[in-house]
Design a protein around this ligand. Sequence first.
Ligand SMILES: [Zn+2]
Length: 386
Amino acid sequence: MADLIIRGGYVVDPSQDIEGTMDIEIRGGRVHRLAPHIEPRGRPTLNARGRIVTPGLVDLHCHFFEGVSHYGVNLEASMLTRGVTTAVDTGSAGSQTFPAFRSGFLDPARMTTRAFLNISAGGLLIDGLGENIDMRALRVGDAVDCYRANRDLLLGMKVRLSRNVVERSGGKPLDAALDASRTLRVPLMVHVGDTPDSLPKILKKLRPGDVLTHAFHGRGEGILDRRGRVRRAVWEARDRGILLDVAHGRASFSFDTLEAAMAQGLMPGNLSTDLHTHCINGPVYDFPSLMSKFIALGFPLAEVIRLSTQTAAAWLGMEGEIGTLRPGARGDVAIFRLREGRFVFTDSEGERRRGSRMLEATRVVLGGEPLRPSGKDKRRLARIFR
Ligand SMILES: [Zn+2]
């Protein structure tokens, strides 16, 4: 396990209310201490002068069942090199495909990885064919058995409820997912956006600890009523402890929705990318691009970092372990250049907002080991940040 001193960076760790220039000492792969000046005494060092240094990012919604699910992106090239050190796959695999997902992707990963289990037995396999259209795929018993056998890596159940995913199955996929998650006493992550059922009806069925993902989408059955006011059921859900997760994705994030909600005091509970093959070349690109988008929307830097580290770690029950630079935490660190310039950000609806700052991951440290983006990634970074 690695020792490392990260020197001279501008450290932002909202979990400890830390914002300032300091050194970080990592011993045996874990954070040992933060101090204004730490003598290297022959140990390896990483110069972070002029850079922003944060806990490794925690992405609560992404897809990395690469080559099997049509959504899957490469875990390391698309996430680790961009500062993400904990990745949670949300329902790419179901009970029938999870063993292969586990042995091929979760077990071998260098990063911290977790997953939600899709209530549909195959998971997200076929592009253009919703996994809940054929209800014979909703196998509650198989999901429960699979979950019990893989409890160490699973966080909860996942169900998608958009019209094109459920078609004539109506409320049955949600009921099946609720049945499994209640039997197991684990959280349920519900994907919304143009759902045939009304959002208040869906929210009423959720419990504290469940996740409403794609909460700020701009499609039918959203968090706003026809007059643009946050619906009462949404306030109630938030107050009951249901996490309002961003999960930007291809079709699931609207500047107009977020700005209207914020103007009424409703803030996102967590930032996540929903990174997958259909949004990696825009409008999401990567986690730092999403963070930059929220900076452009007026979120303070420290708040954006909090919503990209601490909130997901807390929801995962891993506070003190990830999403923080507290002594004893994993030595997972993201290092960014904050570029100044004129940038245009696009949401899932094609709306645009201007910004003047862009975070670009330059280095990532995993368990005290510094990594460097490969040449291929650098080319993509150049395209994103042109
Ligand atoms: Zn997703």
